[in-house]
Design a protein around this ligand. Structure first.
Ligand SMILES: CC(C)(COP(=O)(O)OP(=O)(O)OC[C@H]1O[C@@H](n2cnc3c(N)ncnc32)[C@H](O)[C@@H]1OP(=O)(O)O)[C@@H](O)C(=O)NCCC(=O)NCCS
Length: 177
């Protein structure tokens, strides 16, 4: 059941199909969250228990807020990454965009494609006025994704873990539509 205040369960981009995360995505979560090349920019390597817990929280988030992550597959049905919208845990009242691509698929523009799809849904289906993106300051590829999506650097801040972070944002009036 879909309502107008909830993001759609499925999103199709030029090269990818994203599906709302379900319990069937546990293997994907374990692979991605156990890979240091990805984990170093997120919450560090996660144990299987931690990944199971996060998957449960992500599914609950969809049910409770109508926002969340899609897991994206390519035309060969290989799971290549995830991305989506969520209420920012760091910035009260803001909706944040997040994205991850498996290392084997880096450098092909897939994260940009995923992020643009999430922004489009946020502005054109959900009527959001503003969406933010947060990255570690040192995460150059992630910052580049935000810039390529038209998001503007706003501020640098100290994360609770001590590593500097940056916030980017885009307002609906800046969205090309
Ligand atoms: C960040 C991430 C999602 C990017 O995925 P991707 O599919 O490779 O991204 P894209 O191909 O759309 O764009 C990456 C851009 O960064 C650039 N880039 C890559 N490495 C770079 C570096 N060391 N310095 C500067 N730019 C870099 C690429 O050249 C590309 O820009 P371009 O199109 O102008 O050439 C991926 O690296 C990832 O999942 N990282 C781990 C998790 C993560 O950091 N997620 C974001 C959390 S905020």
């Amino acid at each position: 059941m879909q309502d107008s205040t909830a993001a759609p369960d499925m999103v199709v981009t030029r090269r990818l199909t994203g599906r709302r995360v379900t319990a069937d995505h546990l293997d994907y979560m374990l692979e991605v969250e156990g890979d240091i090349r990805v984990a170093q920019w997120l919450y560090g390597i996660q144990s299987p228990e931690q990944s199971r817990g996060r998957l449960d929280r992500w599914m609950r988030m969809w049910r409770e807020t109508g926002l969340g992550f899609w897991i994206f597959e390519d035309s060969d049905r290989r799971l290549v990454g995830h991305g989506g919208l969520f209420n920012s845990p760091r910035e009260a009242g803001e909706v944040e965009v997040g994205y991850v691509v498996k290392p084997a698929y880096w450098g092909r523009g897939l994260a940009t494609e995923i992020t643009l799809a999430a922004l489009k849904i946020g502005f054109e289906s959900l009527g959001l006025q503003r969406i933010i993106g947060i990255a570690q300051s040192a995460n150059a590829p992630s910052r580049r994704v935000l810039e390529k999506c038209g998001m503007i650097f706003e501020t640098e801040f100290a994360s609770p873990d001590g590593r500097p972070g940056v916030r980017y944002a885009i307002a609906k009036r800046m969205w090309p539509g």
